[in-house]
Design a protein around this ligand. Sequence first.
Ligand code: PAJ
Length: 275
Amino acid sequence: MQVIPAISELRQRLRGETSISFVPTMGNLHGGHLDLVRIARKHGKCVVVSIFVNSLQFGANEDFGKYPRTLQADCEKLEQCGVDVVFTPTELELYPQPQLVTVEPPLENDLCGAFRPGHFRGVATVVLKLFNIVQPHSAVFGRKDCQQLYAVRQMVSQLNLPVEIIGGDTVREPDGLALSSRNQYLSTDERTRAVFLYQTLAGMRQAVLDGTKDFVALERQAVQELTARGWQVDYVAVRARNSLTLPQSGESDLVILAAARLGQTRLIDNLEVCI
Ligand code: PAJ
């Protein structure tokens, strides 16, 4: 496995590769990331993983400074997974000058976009740059970040990017909590309570499967329950799975998304429901 920080060296290494599958990450790798790597290995002969904590997608009061950076441990895990190349650019390598990509509403100001201004612009910027640098044939993203996966698919479609986007299922702890680099911010007590986010979504999914049609009431009840248990809720939303818009009546392919804070830690999760 090669670890390459420079764009020029990476381009040289990848020249002539006929089938590159790519997994962009911010490092501090867990089982969810490694699952995406395994999916990538099925889709390409050469697997490239990037590790870059992207300042552009963090707001001023967010956790960019304290985001866990564990490059050596990450590389050991990736080597064991049979990754060919790890791309580890510096800030200066990737952003020598201000960037021009923009993301328009509704993506920019809906769901997570409403609570993290500029976040999806930051994601789109770095992913577009990484795609241009790596030039992968396929790229794997987690369904856990449902809106991010949607934003990347939109960008690929709108800009005619020649890359196949593959979604990987959410990997969870045994109690149901979705794996996330941010879980390590949780205190022991918060970690025990964190599973309630998943349980709330699972309860909503069951209600939808049981025939509940009043999604607004369902969302309101979920917010109340989470708040009563000490969560600060950004949103709980039932949406159409393929467009993330409000479901039309009769819509059968749904996703239930939530973002909420336990103490200082913001967690997101979602569950798909087909009725
Ligand atoms: P990061 O949070 O490091 O996640 C990298 C990839 O792992 C994303 O596609 C994310 O959806 C996926 N992932 C995270 N937790 C997962 C889980 N429990 N199960 C399955 N997949 C999971 O997402 C980012 O980085 C950044 O926004 C990035 C796309 C790299 C752009 O900077």
